[in-house]
Write a protein that binds this ligand. Structure first.
Ligand SMILES: Cc1cc2nc3c(=O)[nH]c(=O)nc-3n(C[C@H](O)[C@H](O)[C@H](O)COP(=O)(O)OP(=O)(O)OC[C@H]3O[C@@H](n4cnc5c(N)ncnc54)[C@H](O)[C@@H]3O)c2cc1C
Ligand code: SF4
Length: 448
């Protein structure tokens, strides 16, 4: 698949350098190669970490990559974007008294080798003759498509954007994952025989009925939408944080960063927006949140990182209006907040104090308060759970033969790339079984 690399010019380099051969060998040698390793249990895709690390120690990098790919086809992305402190490295037995093994960076070392040498997985299964459409080329769709291809199915991905990769391409800041890494991973999935068509949107360019006519089953990996509305006066002058990140990643910069920037929100995306604004030249960046640092939804290490980057924080502030001059923001009016009893989220309810308005100066205001629920569910008449596409334990939606995976079904808990990848893997196995059962049923009917 041809991917228009030339148009991409990252404005920010990857934060961590790759390990050198010597560093990787020293780090791999520290591993205890634990039996029933807790790091493997802590990985949502259950990568056999001691096994791939041992292979690095013996300089078998091809074998190391193969071990990773066996559990997770998107190992290069996950090595960079996974919150390893909360997952494998957080569970490493050495963490209690020493430094945990740098599992993420070792995984990146093995994956970089695979990328540079083309040591990619190959399809060994015979073609099954079954055709599957995957909607969305994000981590969930790519993982599912790759696993289905490995099982011998003919897979076509339909992606609405110009470039595949989903949030790995457009949403995860380049400090963590450059666009080239995401696109190389897409090429690897294509090398398994997966067809990827970009610029095709389900619900606009093609209907579900047409896809169902042409394919034996359909998988929706459509992710979530843009940032929701705050519902305050002057909102039209607020920049969507996803747009800021996208512009910083793709080099097609349509967004100029302000001098004095406010970011509304306190999750990981808000920290990303604040970091990017700062690195792109903002003199002052302030994160505004209606609760306190105890209730922030970003990871603790992200909060620490933001503080080290010089990001300022204003807690217990409820934005109420954008102050405009000649249509341009000059400040954010906020109300003071007091915390009440826990609300449905389990966190203290923020209660705005009447007549407590004050203005924080800013020449750019960015919102990063999550993503909209998948709008496609209503369009296709799918059952939902809390606004997300409802699926059973086999990832079947309320329409027979239509499966759904990734962020669009993640009604509970934090969504992450590695969880989307695992959904894709498990759904591929479920679809394989579902197709086999249909063949069995059809054969039984013919015999009768
Ligand atoms: C700013 C940001 C930073 C993040 N950082 C991290 C991180 O550091 N670590 C981490 O683990 N997770 C992170 N996440 C979460 C992670 O990116 C997601 O959990 C993951 O990308 C979900 O994968 P997905 O395939 O379900 O959805 P997506 O990545 O959103 O992909 C969905 C794809 O479907 C396509 N699509 C949508 N509708 C249609 C349609 N109708 N027809 C055709 N195609 C369609 C979209 O264009 C998109 O390419 C971050 C999320 C955001 C927003
Ligand atoms: S828990 Fe730590 S020491 Fe044990 S196998 Fe995993 S990485 Fe190695």
């Amino acid at each position: 698949m041809e991917v228009p690399f030339k148009e991409i010019g990252n404005t920010l380099a990857e934060q961590l350098p790759p390990l050198t051969r010597h560093e990787a060998a020293v780090e791999a040698d520290r591993c205890l190669y634990c039996y029933d390793a807790p790091c493997t249990h802590a990985c949502p895709t259950h990568i056999d970490s001691p096994r791939f690390i041992k292979k690095i120690a013996t300089e078998n990098l091809k074998g190391s990559a193969a071990t990773i790919f066996a559990s997770n086809l998107l190992g290069a992305t996950c090595a960079r974007v996974c919150p390893v402190q909360e997952l494998c490295e957080g569970a490493c037995v050495l963490g209690a008294e020493h430094k945990p093994i740098a599992i993420g960076r070792l995984q990146r070392y093995a994956m970089d080798h695979a990328r540079e040498s083309g040591a990619y997985p190959v399809v060994k299964a015979a073609p099954t003759g079954r055709r599957i459409a995957v909607i969305g080329a994000g981590p969930a769709g790519l993982s599912c498509a790759g696993e289905l291809a490995k099982l011998g199915h003919a897979v076509t991905i339909l992606e609405k954007r110009e470039l595949p990769g989903g949030l790995s391409t457009y949403g995860i800041i380049a400090l963590r994952e450059p666009v080239e890494v995401a696109l190389d991973e897409v090429r690897m999935i294509a090398s398994l025989g997966v067809t990827i068509q970009t610029g095709v949107e389900l619900g606009k360019d093609i209907s579900l009925a047409k896809i169902q006519d042409e394919f034996d089953s359909v998988v929706l990996g459509v992710g979530l939408g843009r940032t929701p509305e705050l519902g305050i006066e002057g909102e039209e002058a607020i920049l969507d944080g996803l747009e800021l990140i996208e512009s910083s990643k793709t080099g097609k910069s349509t967004v100029a960063v302000g001098r004095n920037v406010i970011v509304i929100g306190a999750g990981n995306t808000a920290v990303d927006c604040a970091t990017i604004a700062k690195r792109l030249g903002a003199e002052r960046v302030t994160m505004v949140y209606r609760r306190t640092d105890r209730e922030m939804t970003c990871y603790e290490h992200e909060y620490d990182f933001a503080r080290k980057e010089g990001i300022e924080f204003r807690f217990l502030c409820q934005p109420s209006r954008v102050v405009l001059e000649s249509g341009q923001p000059v400040g954010l009016e906020c109300l003071r907040v007091e915390l009440g009893l826990p609300d449905a989220s389990g966190r203290p309810k923020p209660i705005s104090v009447a007549d407590s308005e004050f203005v924080l100066e800013a020449d750019q205001i960015v919102k990063a308060i999550g993503q909209k629920k998948p709008g496609l569910a209503a369009l296709l008449g799918l059952e939902t759970r809390g606004g997300f596409i409802a699926v059973d334990e086999s990832f079947q939606s309320s329409i027979d033969g239509v499966f759904a995976i990734g962020d669009c079904i993640r009604a509970r808990g934090a969504a992450s790339t590695v969880m989307a990848v695992q959904d894709g893997k498990l759904a591929a196995a479920a679809i394989h079984r579902w197709l086999a059962e249909r063949v069995d049923t059809a054969s039984a009917a013919e015999v009768e």
